[in-house]
Write a protein that binds this ligand. Structure first.
Ligand code: BMA
Length: 830
């Protein structure tokens, strides 16, 4: 792509004709050493080797293990190019992202050396380029060698995982995580190209957008870079308003202010629309000719973090446009271990899934990346709030050079880059590093060495305050607001609840009334189709070799089992294990969400760990590594719905809590019935509820509702009169102790546009009825899951698949499951 017009500005992508070579080393397998491999740019070594058929797919079975040499090898990317016509005063080679330790050479002259994946670089190559036959080479030194050299020089520091990821400014989870493979990439991971310009260009444009008494305000900070010292003019336009400022010779920065009278505001989804306005900035030379342009769709909204101490400690409440927002969030990790595979379409699918699960915030976790323009554009467009961590996670980070300089440059660049996005509402200093310093036995091995404190409590807050005072900054996740307090104190600021998964049972979520829970989660395996694509284990078992390799958490399999046997019947085979562990994951997280939401007000947010996966793996994710929705996704959609009815234990017994996260008051009549599993009513009452917008109401349930005659044979159901769905259930015993009847039902399958409808009518109670059409066709999807039916009730599932699925298979085990289908004497299809 080139756009050469005389001496005007032009851009020429350099994405063609690349090859890749391994620098000779005994580690490099024969057949790869010395060979020129076609390379895709942007891309990375792993995906190039895979495309060339030189390595097996790193995501399948345990192939990951044999591919460790790739990260320990040095690689050279090369191409040749002719430059576009035109005669600009400056020609820059612009690299939006190099991963990571790179030496860039143009026509055999080294033009730059980089060592930070999270920055962009620009090299002046004006004097080096000829019209035709230019060579461009980027050599990547092994990230391991670099990190280990710094570790050896500076002294090791504690880290939650074995690899030296905190000694290089590179996506940390590339070195392996408790849900991710160790696949240490190298490559030109973002766009690369030439930028030709004359006189001056817009070097940075930083719009600070606020709302002031209903008026929109844009404070636009502009910096120019000059090729010649001529006066230039910056013009800006938004919503019919314009402003202009001259930058005289010798100066390079200007601030313009634009005020928009009563603009339509940008709101998070569920609170209002997402109106955006085009902001255009142009740079003009003497005589007014155009030198450069910049544009972005901004949104007018204010954001404020309320942490004013109160009777319970100190809250953590995001206020957008002065309305407190209860955060129904999910943590976001890189959607692929190879970030170049995360296309805009794939992100859009992920956002569709997040949105449909009633999520209103994504937290971009600190072990990944500063998310892409595509990600933030989607978030702006759909009204998903974003919390972006600075990139530090689960380790003590050195503050010696070159790291302090790199971190400062990276942070300034990213804060500037993301300033125009209304969705970004919070910066956080790191993931768990202040907590780690307090609680994870770091202090003794550190022996006084730096660990990152200066970044989180000094450098980063200073930079955010200087470059973007419109957004709140919080030093860590979790953090309590002061170094005097324990960083994970649930009464203050943000909390991570991990003892539930690691050591305790999930009902222990109820022991916490956190002000804001920024991480909590429970594992479950990926969907069956994803497992079958990734693993050749025959048969699949919870501990078969592939399953074990694709479970990265410490004692993950044991923890899954411990959690399962506390609640559910013991699995008899893999199919049971798969259904029940997925179900247990969904149960655990819904219990947490419903509990936290039931304390709306005191608690103002829950961010589940985690939305997505980066490869096929057993993990805390709701959407697996192939993008398929796990049962947890369906459970989240329900637990995160605007209107939630939930039965919660309270001092006096049980209470019904109605949570209204919608903007309209919710007036409704609820019938609560205690009944036997056979459907015989034992007690009934009617409750009138009035729940104002954005609030929760708690109503104690009468004693005859909450005291069962036989806890193993009864259920409490609270449902809105005349409204299907959304009812609350309360079982008086764990599923493993309940006296389930053998499941009995009719199932009818009929074709429908583009799929099939499966109508199940219950003859007995059916607990958490779930359909797994992906077991029959990996492309098949279903619209509902985890439905509990009382005798006589029915549900219709809609299945979409490539071809019609076999109706018998679709309505029998293991495709159609419920908890009580394993009860002896079971009667699956009537
Ligand atoms: C938290 C996260 C991640 C981790 C997850 C599950 O510590 O911040 O680092 O993957 O828990 O253990």
């Amino acid at each position: 792509m080139s756009d050469a017009r005389g001496t005007g500005p032009y851009r020429q992508a350099l994405h063609d004709g690349w090859t890749l070579r391994a620098v000779p080393d005994p580690l490099v397998p024969a057949g790869i050493g010395g060979r020129a491999i076609p390379a895709t740019v942007p891309g990375c070594v792993h995906t190039d080797l895979l495309a060339a058929g030189l390595i097996p797919d790193p995501y399948l079975d345990d192939n990951e293990t044999d591919l460790a040499w790739i990260g320990r090898t040095d690689w050279v990317y090369e191409t040749t190019f002719d430059r576009s016509a035109g005669d600009p005063q400056r020609l820059d080679l612009v690299c939006a992202g190099l991963d990571t330790v790179a030496t860039v050479t143009v026509n055999d002259v080294a033009v730059g050396h980089t060592e930070n994946m999270h920055r962009g670089y620009r090299f002046d190559v004006t004097s080096l380029l000829r019209a035709e036959g230019n060579t461009l080479a980027v050599r990547f030194d092994s990230a391991y060698r670099y990190a280990q050299a710094h570790r050896d020089r500076l002294g090791d520091r504690p880290n939650a995982y074995p690899e030296p990821f905190q000694f290089i400014r590179k996506m940390a989870c590339n070195f392996g995580w408790d849900w991710g493979p160790t696949l240490v990439t190298a490559g030109i991971w973002q766009a690369i190209g030439l930028h030709g310009w004359s006189a001056a260009r817009l070097a940075t444009v930083r719009p600070l957008v606020t709302v002031d008494g209903g008026d929109g305000r844009v404070e636009l900070h502009v910096e120019v870079e000059r090729a010649t010292d001529v006066p230039v003019t910056v013009r800006a336009r938004v919503a019919g308003q314009s402003a202009e400022v001259a930058i005289p010779v010798g100066e390079r920065a200007a601030v313009l202010t634009l005020t928009v009278d009563r603009p339509e505001l940008w709101w998070p989804r569920g609170y209002g629309g997402q109106r955006r306005y085009e902001l255009t900035v142009t740079l003009h030379g003497p005589g007014g000719h155009l030198l450069d342009t910049w544009d972005r769709r901004i949104g007018f909204r204010s954001v404020r973090l309320d942490t004013t101490p109160d009777a319970h400690g100190a809250p953590f409440a995001l206020h957008v446009n002065e309305v407190p927002v209860f955060v129904r969030g999910a943590n976001w990790i890189p959607d692929d271990a190879f970030p170049n595979r995360v296309t805009a379409d794939r992100l859009a699918r992920r956002f569709d899934q997040a949105q449909a699960a009633n999520i209103n915030l994504l937290r971009v976790w600190g072990g990944g990346r500063y998310e892409s323009a595509d990600f933030y554009d989607l978030a702006d467009e759909r009204g998903l709030l974003v919390q972006q961590d600075f990139l530090f996670a689960c380790a003590a980070y050195p503050e010696e050079e070159p790291f302090t300089t790199e971190v400062a440059a990276e942070a300034a660049e990213q804060v500037t880059r993301l300033a125009g996005h209304p969705s970004l509402v919070l910066w956080t200093g790191n993931n768990e590093n202040i907590w780690g310093w307090h609680d994870w036995d770091w202090q003794e091995p550190l022996a006084g060495r730096s660990w990152g404190r200066g970044y989180y409590l000094e450098l980063l807050p200073r930079l955010v305050a200087e470059l973007d005072p419109t957004r709140p900054y919080w030093p860590s996740s979790p953090y309590s607001g002061s170094e005097e307090l324990h960083p994970n104190d649930p009464a203050y600021g943000t909390t991570h609840i991990w003892d539930v998964w690691n050591t305790d049972d999930y009902v222990r979520y109820r022991d916490y009334v956190p002000r804001f829970v920024a991480e909590f989660g429970y594992q479950g395996p990926p969907t069956y189709a994803t497992l079958r694509r990734a693993l050749s284990d025959e048969p699949l078992a919870h501990d078969s070799p592939g399953m074990a390799h694709h479970q990265k958490a410490a004692d993950g399999d044991l923890k899954l089992r411990r959690g399962l046997v506390a609640h559910l019947p013991v699995p008899r085979d893999f199919d049971d294990w798969h259904y029940l562990t997925q179900l247990n994951q969904a149960r655990a997280v819904s219990l947490g969400v419903e509990h936290f939401r039931s304390h709306r007000g005191r608690c103002m947010g829950a961010i589940v760990w985690q939305l997505n996966d980066c490869w096929p793996v057993t993990s805390w994710a709701a959407i697996d590594g192939d993008g398929r929705r796990k049962p947890l996704w369906y459970a989240l959609r329900r637990a995160y719905a605007d209107r939630l009815l939930t039965v919660q234990p309270r001092e006096a017994g049980l209470a019904l809590v109605a949570v209204n996260d919608g903007g309209r008051p919710w007036r409704t009549t609820i019938t609560a019935t205690r009944l036997t599993l056979a459907g015989e009513p034992k007690a009934k009452c009617t409750l009138e509820l009035q729940v104002p917008a954005y609030s929760a109401v708690t109503v104690p349930l009468p004693a005859d509702q909450v005291r069962p005659d036989d806890g193993r044979d009864e259920v409490l159901v609270a449902a809105e009169d005349g409204v299907a769905g959304g009812r609350a259930l309360w079982f008086f015993a764990e599923d493993r102790d309940v006296r389930w009847p053998a499941a009995g039902f009719d199932a009818v399958v009929e074709p429908t546009a583009g799929g099939q409808r499966v109508r199940v009518t219950a003859h007995t109670i059916l607990r958490d009825l779930t359909l797994y059409p992906d077991r029959l066709d990996p492309s098949a999807e279903v619209d509902e899951a985890l439905v509990t039916l009382l005798p006589g009730e029915s549900v219709t599932f809609t299945v979409h698949a490539g071809d019609p699925l076999d109706p018998v298979a679709l309505t029998t085990r293991p495709v159609l499951r419920c908890v009580n289908d394993g009860v002896p004497g079971r009667k699956l299809v009537d």
